[in-house]
Design a binder for this molecule. Structure first.
Ligand code: ADP
Ligand code: MG
Length: 382
């Protein structure tokens, strides 16, 4: 039995987006979107370029006006509240620091425009410099700092007036991988320490997984999946999310009776699925690491356990990836499958071998509705 993973965000609703739309001419960038954001959660909008993430975030920040719909914070409508009165901080991909101001003055800027006194400003800026570990750099200009340091200044500047909500739009997108991972760790710690609500935008699924308590998956201006990274990966709500997040094998089956189906004319067992009728076409999805490839000899030594399926396939390509290896195989009916195994487990397969591919019924998700475009990785972009 797999453990029940609870949704991390169980607090009260802080932000509600209701029936939110944004049209540009006759193009719909955000399509009737509903979302509740919990107080104190780290929520990430994940999706391909053009899927409507930034537009949604901009409406929340107040830089874009919804074509229709509501944005509520604590039950109060924000739609007519100007950005600087929304109690929201924002960090963009480009550092957008003031080049002529040093780090101290950049961080203090939001307080200066709010006309906070000098002593209080100084105290808060000091606290922020400490928070993002930039005390030794207080008097440098942005041009004298690395990209990662500049982005920490931008984060400090967004937090200095203690907003309830911090919005970040691909803030680490311009940084290289190592630095990005360091800052991801810092952001997670910052979130934990401050308990602030963060809404984060990225197109990088690994980043979304590392950072967030919940992920909202965007496609064509809609949220098509919402939950913890664990739940979305293990039990994708639809074929689009399954193919977008990680790698997946799709097998077209035809249902016979509930719990039984045929794949390329061979019987396979499937999860009991409410509403699935006999003769109905369905799609099953098995993650590559949940599939096993056995040689004929291994298969004869290890009889098929109850609750498992097996199909015969031919090995096309074996790829060694260091920690893991993948084996691409094709069934007699021409379905391509990928099997992934830890290198430590050994991978005795070679191209041309005939193998038995096995998976547990419980590990295969089943979908009764999908579009062909859902099954390819590039889906989701406009
Ligand atoms: P994402 O942040 O997910 O990459 P965006 O929210 O920036 O996507 O954009 C969603 C869609 O809306 C894109 O197709 C984009 O071209 C379009 N769009 C965004 N802003 C405008 C605008 N000001 N005028 C016309 N189309 C826009
Ligand atoms: Mg964007």
């Amino acid at each position: 039995m797999s453990a029940v993973i609870k949704d991390n965000a169980q607090g009260k609703t802080l932000v509600s987006l209701r029936g939110l739309n944004k049209h540009y001419g006759d193009f719909t960038a955000v399509d009737n979107l509903d979302l509740e954001i919990q107080e104190g959660e780290f929520l990430t909008f994940l999706g391909s370029s053009g899927s409507g993430k930034s537009t949604t975030l901009s409406m929340l920040a107040g830089f874009e006006t919804p074509s229709s719909g509501e944005i509520l914070v604590d039950g109060q409508s924000l739609v007519h509240v100007p950005p600087h009165k929304r109690d929201i901080g924002m960090v963009f991909q480009r550092y957008s620091l003031f080049p002529h101001l040093n780090v101290r003055d950049n961080i203090g800027f939001p307080l200066a425009i709010r006309k906070l006194g000098a002593a209080e400003t100084s105290k808060r800026v000091d606290a922020m410099l400490k928070l993002v570990q930039l005390e030794p750099f207080a008097h440098r200009k942005p041009s004298q700092m690395s990209g990662g340091q500049q982005q920490r200044v931008a984060i400090a500047r967004a937090l200095v007036y203690e907003p309830r909500i911090l919005l970040m739009d691909e803030p680490l997108g311009a940084l290289d991988k190592k630095l990005r991972e360091d800052l991801q760790d810092e952001l997670r710690q910052l979130h934990r320490r401050l308990g602030i609500t963060i809404v984060y935008v990225t197109h990088d699924q690994e980043e979304a997984m590392r950072l967030s308590q919940r992920i909202a998956i965007f496609s064509h201006g809609k949220i098509v999946g919402l939950g913890s990274g664990y739940d979305l990966y293990q039990n994708p709500p639809n074929a689009f999310v399954a193919s977008f997040l990680g790698n997946s094998n799709f097998l077209h089956v035809q249902a016979n009776s509930n719990g039984a189906a045929s794949f390329e004319g061979q019987p396979v067992a499937i999860r009991l699925t409410p509403g699935l009728s006999a003769q109905q076409d369905a799609l099953i999805m098995v993650r590559p690491e949940k599939a096993l490839a056995l040689s004929a000899e291994q298969a004869s030594r290890e009889p098929l356990p109850g609750g498992w399926n097996e199909v015969v396939a031919k090995v096309g390509e074996v790829l060694f990836l260091g920690e893991s290896q993948t084996c691409h195989v094709m069934t007699a009916g021409g379905t391509e499958l990928t099997v992934k195994a830890l290198s430590a487990a050994g991978m005795p397969m070679k191209p041309g071998d005939t193998v038995r591919v096995r998976w547990a019924v419980a590990d295969a998700c089943i979908y009764t509705e999908w579009a062909q475009s859902d099954l390819s990785k590039s889906a989701g972009a406009h």
